[in-house]
Design a protein around this ligand. Structure first.
Ligand SMILES: [Zn+2]
Length: 313
């Protein structure tokens, strides 16, 4: 009906009467209001979708320790999970459950939070990059004495991903694992001699050397002559491909050397060359930053995790 009236008004307008023109302007007003409303609705829906997307998973793996007198049915009700699920997750055939058994289930996540700046901040509910304490994982190793191995779950995920990618490129017999150094302390905060590493968003990773690569996770002072450019580039590229990577710090001469390598590597693939050179100093993205300090390792910083409102980039 609304549409019909609008049409009628349009027809009137072609007649050229004052009344017709007035009607048209009113119809236009209604139409505009409609468009604005529709736009607002679409935008708010879009924002909603984005907010929903940025939210972390609501359920995480958790454990429940069975105490004397516990019945499986009651536990399931208390944990807000289905009895059948609880049995399935724990490989239980019957409803009997031994005392002190730690039942696995999926429950509300304990949310981590990066607070403040990387150079003046804290870490709440961080995760250890080496929860089983064996100093190694897929494609990575940590020197035994290190203890500041805490980070946001996001940082951990990104480092694991690039270490795994590195390992997929270079199998064990071809390359030593990457050496992970300091992250943050358990609750973040000041961590001398580092200036940053305070909020779970920083990680040090040893440079990859051509000769005598470190298998123990110890860092080695590296120069353009000793740097294994190919391996270092595979690893660095993985972090550059992650839009959450904010900075990668390296010593000036190593930055220049890696840049030359990237130029020659992509000399026949111009768009790729342009893309990756933009991450170097002078480029539009400028993620890789030269400095005097980072001679034995690169330092990768990630942007604030989405949803960590007290985090400052
Ligand atoms: Zn560092």
């Amino acid at each position: 009906m609304w549409k019909g009236r609008l049409k009628q008004d349009c027809i009137d307008a072609s007649g050229g009467s004052v009344l017709g023109a007035l009607r048209v302007s009113r119809a236009r007003g209604i139409l505009m209001a409609g468009v604005v409303m529709a736009l607002t609705l679409t935008m708010s829906l879009h924002v909603d979708a984005r907010a929903r997307k940025s939210k972390r998973p609501r359920f995480c793996p958790r454990r429940y320790k069975v105490v004397s007198g516990d019945r499986l049915k009651d536990i399931a009700r208390e944990l807000n999970v289905k009895l059948e699920d609880l049995k399935k997750w724990n490989g239980l055939k019957s409803n009997r459950v031994p005392r002190n058994k730690r039942l696995r289930y999926r429950g509300p996540c304990v949310q981590s939070e990066s607070i403040g700046k990387a150079s003046h901040g804290r870490l709440k509910n961080g995760v250890s990059i080496d929860p089983d304490g064996d100093n190694k994982g897929n494609g990575w190793v940590i020197a035994a004495r290190r203890t500041a191995l805490w980070a946001t779950p996001e940082t951990k995920k990104y480092v694991y991903k690039c270490a795994a990618k590195y390992r997929a490129y270079f199998p064990k017999r071809k390359a030593a694992p990457i050496a992970i150094g300091d992250l943050s302390r358990r609750h973040g905060g000041r961590f001398p001699p580092h200036l940053s590493h305070q909020s779970g968003r920083d990680v040090d990773i040893g440079f990859i050397n051509k000769k005598r690569p470190s298998k123990t996770g110890r860092f080695r002072r590296t120069t353009p002559r000793t740097l294994d450019h190919y391996k270092q580039w595979v690893l660095t590229k993985c972090f550059l491909d992650n839009p959450q990577t904010q900075y990668i710090f390296m010593e000036h001469s190593l930055v220049r050397s890696l840049k030359r390598y990237v130029k020659s590597l992509y000399r026949k693939r111009r768009p790729k060359m342009r893309k990756y050179l933009s991450y170097f100093p002078g480029g539009s993205k400028h993620v890789i930053r030269g400095d005097k300090e980072h001679r034995s390792h690169m330092h990768v910083r990630f942007k604030c995790p989405k949803g960590d409102r007290k985090c400052v980039n």
